[in-house]
Every structure is written in structure tokens, then in C-alpha cells.
Ligand binder design. Structure first.
Ligand SMILES: C[S@@+](CC[C@H](N)C(=O)[O-])C[C@H]1O[C@@H](n2cnc3c(N)ncnc32)[C@H](O)[C@@H]1O
Length: 283
């Protein structure tokens, strides 16, 4: 059997990472792309989400919903790219991508000398990703370390064993992740991140906005990403994060989309998109 035939196929929650790659591949083709992800198409195709994999939606509401979700992924990607650049400019040299999925930032962004980037996810997506990266002969632009662990388990120990140093600042990214974790797991994750964060650490989060599960989930297909959403942002994310020791700023997708020249054209409430964007500093 070839490596391609042997490659595990996406299923369950990690299949969502391949859907995200598909959106990034489409964005990368635009003349005015907010980022270019040269590996996204390979991940999408290997995971069965190539250019002709899904028929166009036949109803207008579905089309609008999909377009809103895709735009939200594009906007959050750009937001977190910028946050990572700011973090490294401030001297941070440890990057942890929690629920890294098919994130290719290690390969597509410029990193200062000495940057160590940890990708944390479960074993299956990391194995799938590794096989695509091998085939593409992708070369990371920083030191890249993968950590296969379930984030509901003792991931700080696994991260420490992989070489993460909690006495040095870290920039943490949880992109498209928290919405898949129940609230108690989100609380525990935040507490653990805090315990591993030296002063000067940064954090970028995406949060499901209030009401999004009801709004998008009403007729979600079984097995779809939306059908697996379980948690939304707290009413006051800034205070919530202050309670976890962070000075946070909260931005709506809509305001970031406008700032990036991609305004959301639909009326508010309808396509607010599935999240809020958080940037935070550990004083
Ligand atoms: C929507 S994808 C986002 C991937 C990536 N952050 C990005 O934006 O490209 C969600 C990712 O979270 C990971 N994930 C969800 N629950 C997890 C858990 N309990 N432990 C580890 N990873 C998890 C999934 O495997 C998947 O790769």
C-alpha cells in the first residue's frame, strides 16, 4: 500500500481542520488574499475536500451561512497572524498552537531566529498532516515540534516533555478550538495555559459568539463542524480573562472584517459569524 492509501482519513472533530484548510486554499487564490497558505490545498485534497468535493448549496440561506463561516475563518486567520507577528516583535520566541489541525504557520510565516513552535493536537490529525507535509516536501521556517495529546488530558506535562519552558514567555493560539470543548474543559484549559505563562506571554483565542450554536446549528448536518459546537463565549470575555490573569481585548469579526477591507455585507444578527476574537497579554 502506498503512503497515500495508508493515510488515515479525517473523521470526528479533526475533520473540521480539513474544512478550514479548504477555506484557506480558496482565500490564497484571491488577488487580494489576506494571507497565502501554500499547503492548504494539499491538506484539503488529501482529506477529500478538494476543489470539486462539495456541490454548491442549493438554497440561499445555506449559501449565506457557508459564506459567513468561510469569511469568519479568513478574518480570524489574519487576526491571529498579526497577533503572532506582534508577539515575536515583542521578543516572544515560544509559540504554542493548541488544536493546531492543518495550521501551516510554521511553514508560511517568517519567524525570528530561535523561535520554537509547538503544534498540539491528537495523534490522528498530526499523523495525517505529517504524511501530507512529507509528500509536499515542506520545510518549516522555525523549529517545529509536534505534541500528540488530547487537550482534555494532562497536556502541560506532554508539552514540557517536548521542551516547552514555562519560565519564558509564550504566545498561545487556540483558533477554532474552544467552541468544540465543553465549558468545564475550556475553564481547565485556560487555567492550565495561565499556569504555563510567564509574564509577557500573549494569547489569541477565537470564541463562538453568543447565540451562534442556535443560529447556525438549527439545521446542521450530522457530523458537520457546526453539529459539534458545544460552547459559546461568556457574556463578558474581558472580565472572564481578567479572572484568569490576562489583560484582554475583544473584537468582533465584523469590526475586524471591516478593518481588513472585507466588510461583512449581511445585516448584523444574520451573519455575525461564529465568533469573537481575543488578544491578551499576561502582565
Ligand atoms: C476547527 S479545527 C482548527 C484547527 C486549527 N486551529 C486551524 O485553525 O487551522 C479544530 C482542531 O481542534 C482539535 N481538537 C479539538 N478537540 C481537541 C482535543 N480535545 N484535544 C486536542 N485537539 C483537539 C481538532 O483535532 C482540530 O484539529
Amino acid at each position: 500500500m502506498t503512503e497515500e492509501q495508508e493515510r488515515v482519513q479525517p473523521s470526528g472533530v479533526w475533520a473540521t481542520a480539513v474544512g478550514v484548510a479548504k477555506v484557506r486554499a480558496r482565500e490564497s487564490e484571491r488577488a487580494d488574499a489576506l494571507f497565502r497558505d501554500p499547503l492548504a490545498q494539499a491538506f484539503a485534497t488529501a482529506g477529500g475536500r478538494g476543489p470539486s468535493s462539495s456541490p454548491p448549496p442549493d438554497d440561499e440561506a445555506d449559501r449565506r451561512r457557508r459564506a459567513g463561516l468561510a469569511l469568519s475563518i479568513v478574518i480570524r486567520t489574519k487576526f491571529l497572524d498579526d497577533l503572532l507577528r506582534q508577539a515575536t516583535a515583542s521578543g516572544v520566541r515560544q509559540v504554542v498552537l493548541l488544536g493546531a489541525g492543518m495550521d501551516s504557520r510554521a511553514f508560511r510565516m517568517d519567524w525570528p531566529e530561535g523561535t520554537r513552535l509547538f503544534e498540539v493536537d491528537t495523534a490522528e490529525p498530526l499523523d495525517f498532516k505529517a504524511s501530507v507535509l512529507r509528500r509536499e516536501r515542506a520545510v518549516a521556517r522555525c523549529e517545529r515540534i509536534t505534541v500528540a495529546v488530547d487537550l482534555r488530558e494532562d497536556w502541560p506535562s506532554a508539552l514540557a516533555e517536548a521542551g516547552h519552558d514555562p519560565t519564558e514567555p509564550t504566545v498561545w493560539i487556540a483558533e477554532g478550538l474552544l467552541i468544540y470543548l465543553p465549558e468545564d474543559a475550556v475553564e481547565l484549559l485556560l487555567a492550565r495555559i495561565g499556569a504555563q505563562s510567564a509574564a509577557g506571554s500573549r494569547m489569541g483565542l477565537t470564541l463562538g459568539s453568543r447565540g451562534v450554536i442556535e443560529r447556525f446549528g438549527v439545521d446542521a448536518a450530522p457530523g458537520s463542524a457546526v453539529s459539534m459546537w458545544v460552547s459559546e463565549m461568556p457574556d463578558d470575555p474581558v472580565s472572564w480573562l481578567a479572572g484568569h490573569g490576562w489583560e484582554a481585548g475583544s473584537h468582533t469579526l465584523r469590526e475586524c472584517a471591516a478593518a481588513y477591507g472585507r466588510p461583512m455585507t449581511s445585516p448584523p444578527q444574520r451573519a455575525e459569524g461564529p465568533g469573537g476574537l481575543i488578544s491578551a497579554l499576561r502582565p
